[in-house]
Design a protein around this ligand. Structure first.
Ligand code: PLP
Length: 425
């Protein structure tokens, strides 16, 4: 395939007509495929079917003999906290187990910081003179941005570089006392798939912040979600913050939503001892305790950290072929055309495509007309506005392999057609 930019007007028109014909043929197939959200497929959920019968009649006591059917146990059962200690990078006494959604824990931490403050010694963010702002690496997770929008937190986009956010920009922005926090998905980021480098982590942990009550919202949602045999590890942000003299800087979140059951997993929080005390004081006002039967169910099913990694291998066997299929389709149709770049993630749930500038919305529209629903263009930027109108987020886990193959062929066609149409106008 020749680079589109090198074609003369006649050749461009000829190619456009050919690609339009291919697109019409694709549309005529009348497909209906949803590639919008990073959901586990039914087959992935089936891997955890064994949990549905757990903990079993009569098996409702924790290791310490507590009755898990009853109220209480706000911090979560110690055996569950121990199970996730290496993933959270904190000892069991600095981990809290919530109910099924880590997004809910992030929401709570943000709202508590706004209305109660991050400690007794400092005013709540909402009562300080400026408008609180968050640094938002882009492309990022739309639901993080939605929380900020909901509570009037200004969002300050910072580009990702392939190994984490542009740290020169982050350090400059963080010097402003109104900048209270930053979203980070440090491993297999949503949607770029990148893994933050150790240098980035060290700079995040040690940078000077204008706000003494600045917090990193460290969303390690894809901590164990590898797509290759290489299990990427990142440095421990809690340790780095402590070593840098900022022990309370990071709130760490994760969950088993994409390990066991997306609608019935366990959400996890870890931080400094001071922050865990703060968290529990707030959480104790909103609940008498979490679902400890689900906690027991998880320990019985996963058993230990090796059991968890083995379980993730079974996920990998199901989803890695889907990612490969998308990348093959993009390569087949678009390699050498100069109209798009795409990621080849080694973990996580997304492939990120940068289409030709000014065409992402058109690509999503063309795909929709051909029966393939994509995440709206702009969703990966704060306020849903992609200033370049180029980033597309592909989520290949949920549809079947055959559907992913068909959809990716169609998406590649739409990307090419949108670029050709832009060139021809
Ligand atoms: N964080 C990120 C980066 C995600 O991509 C997702 C889901 O797609 C979540 C959090 C949601 O996590 P949970 O199911 O634990 O609320």
């Amino acid at each position: 395939m020749v680079t589109i930019a090198d074609l003369n007007a006649d050749d461009l028109q000829t190619l456009r007509n050919k690609v339009l014909g291919d697109y019409e043929a694709f549309r005529a197939r009348g497909l209906q495929i949803d590639m919008t959200r990073g959901k586990p497929s039914p087959e992935q959920l089936d891997l955890a079917n064994g949990m549905l019968a757990l903990p079993g009649n009569g098996d409702h006591f924790s290791e310490a003999g507590e009755d898990a059917r009853n109220y209480g146990g706000l911090q979560g059962l110690p055996e569950v906290r121990s199970l996730f200690s290496s993933i959270m990078g904190a000892p069991a006494d600095r981990i809290v187990v919530g109910d099924n959604s880590s997004l809910a824990l992030m929401h709570d931490c943000l709202v508590w910081s706004l209305f109660k403050g991050v400690s007794n010694e400092i005013e709540p963010w909402s009562q300080q003179s400026g408008t609180p702002a968050f640094i938002c690496p882009v492309p990022g997770y739309d639901r993080h941005f939605a929380i900020c929008e909901e509570y009037g937190i200004r969002m300050l986009p910072v580009p990702l570089t392939g190994h984490g956010p542009d740290m020169d920009m982050v350090e400059e922005l963080a010097a402003d006392p109104d900048v209270k926090g930053m979203w980070c998905v440090p491993k297999y980021s949503n949607p770029s798939g990148e893994v933050y480098s150790t240098e980035v982590l060290e700079r995040l942990a040690s940078m000077r912040t204008g706000a003494p009550d600045f917090r990193l919202f460290w969303d390690n949602a894809y901590a164990v979600h590898h797509l290759t045999v290489h299990r990427h590890e990142i440095a421990n942000i809690l340790d780095l913050c402590e070593q840098a003299g900022n022990p309370d800087r990071a709130f760490v979140f994760a969950s088993t939503s994409k390990v066991t059951l997306a609608g019935a997993g366990l959400a996890l929080f870890a931080s400094s001892a001071v922050n865990v005390k703060w968290y529990l004081a707030r959480a104790g006002k909103r609940t008498i305790g979490p679902d400890k039967l689900n906690q027991i169910r998880h320990v019985r099913f996963l058993k230990n950290i090796d059991g968890l990694h083995q379980h993730m291998e079974a996920h990998r066997a199901l989803i890695a072929p889907k990612f490969n299929t998308v990348i093959e389709a993009l390569e087949k149709r678009l390699a050498g055309t100069g109209v798009a770049n795409w990621t080849k993630p080694e973990g996580g749930y997304f492939i990120c495509v940068d289409a030709m500038e000014g065409t992402a919305k058109h690509v999503v529209d063309l795909a929709r007309q051909a029966g393939v629903v994509l995440t709206p263009a702009g969703a990966t930027s704060p306020y849903g506005r992609d200033p370049h109108d180029r980033t597309l987020r592909l989520a290949p886990t949920y549809p079947s392999l055959q559907e992913v193959r068909l959809a990716s062929e169609g998406i590649a066609l739409c990307i090419l057609l949108a670029a050709l149409e832009k060139h021809c106008t």
